[in-house]
Design a protein around this ligand. Structure first.
Ligand SMILES: O=C(O)C(=O)C[C@H](O)[C@H](O)COP(=O)(O)O
Length: 211
């Protein structure tokens, strides 16, 4: 069992939509729309009862989409998402148990960090692609600049309060590998089944990341 290289898995996937699934069918339609728009990774949060089934359905039915699990809060959930077919897992924070579970399950994992000590705990466990959360609330652009020196080998995936208008500046930071955000799957578009809107938002986001 070993640490899986999340940077390699997500290379080229610079924007990762954070999506909370309303149903399995909705999740498949959202993943297909994102892929049509040029976005090939998605973080499906474990915030609704259908989430594990949604992850399994996207993994099985949407080839080309890298499906990750978000809001992974404990080791039991790490095992569940691995069995559901997620190819990566993301947490809003981290714990020694989660870091060990990701290693035990050979799951590509982005632990959440907001402080230097948390970065160091993740690095010591062998992880080098870290979710920087909640980005806007912790002044993540300033943190990213300050951490470039001491944590030169670490790459970050800032998430939290980022939208289309803010994404480009984050993507320009040399230690930002990717970023996450829920703006590509707005609640009203999901309620209306407006997959074209999701596709358009994805296309606009994909264009931002080609810089
Ligand atoms: O559920 C998790 O694992 C989280 O860490 C939280 C999500 O990443 C944010 O809720 C997305 O942030 P927004 O783009 O501001 O909506």
């Amino acid at each position: 069992m070993s640490v899986v290289d999340a940077q390699a898995l997500l290379r080229g996937s610079r924007i990762i939509p954070v999506y909370t699934p309303g149903s399995v069918d909705e999740a498949v339609a959202v993943a297909q729309a994102l892929l049509r728009g040029g976005i090939d990774a998605i973080e499906v949060t474990l915030r609704t009862p259908v989430a594990l089934d949604a992850i399994a359905a996207v993994a099985a039915q949407v080839p080309g989409m890298k499906v990750g699990a978000g809001t992974v809060l404990d080791a039991a959930q790490m095992r569940q998402v691995q069995r559901a077919g997620a190819s990566f897992a993301v947490s809003p924070g981290s714990s020694p148990q989660l870091l060990a579970a990701a290693r035990d399950e050979s799951m590509a994992y982005l632990p959440g960090v907001a402080t230097g000590s948390e970065v160091m705990a993740a690095m010591a466990a062998g992880f080098d692609l870290l979710k920087l959360f909640p980005a806007q609330a912790i002044n993540a652009l300033a943190l990213l600049a300050a951490w470039r020196g001491p944590f030169a080998q670490v790459r970050f995936c800032p998430t939290g309060g980022i939208d289309a208008a803010r994404a480009a500046e984050y993507l320009r930071q040399p230690n930002v590998a990717c970023l996450g955000g829920s703006w590509l799957t707005p609640a009203d578009a999901l309620a209306q089944g407006d997959w074209e809107r999701v596709e358009t938002l994805a296309r606009e986001a994909a264009a931002l990341s080609i810089v």
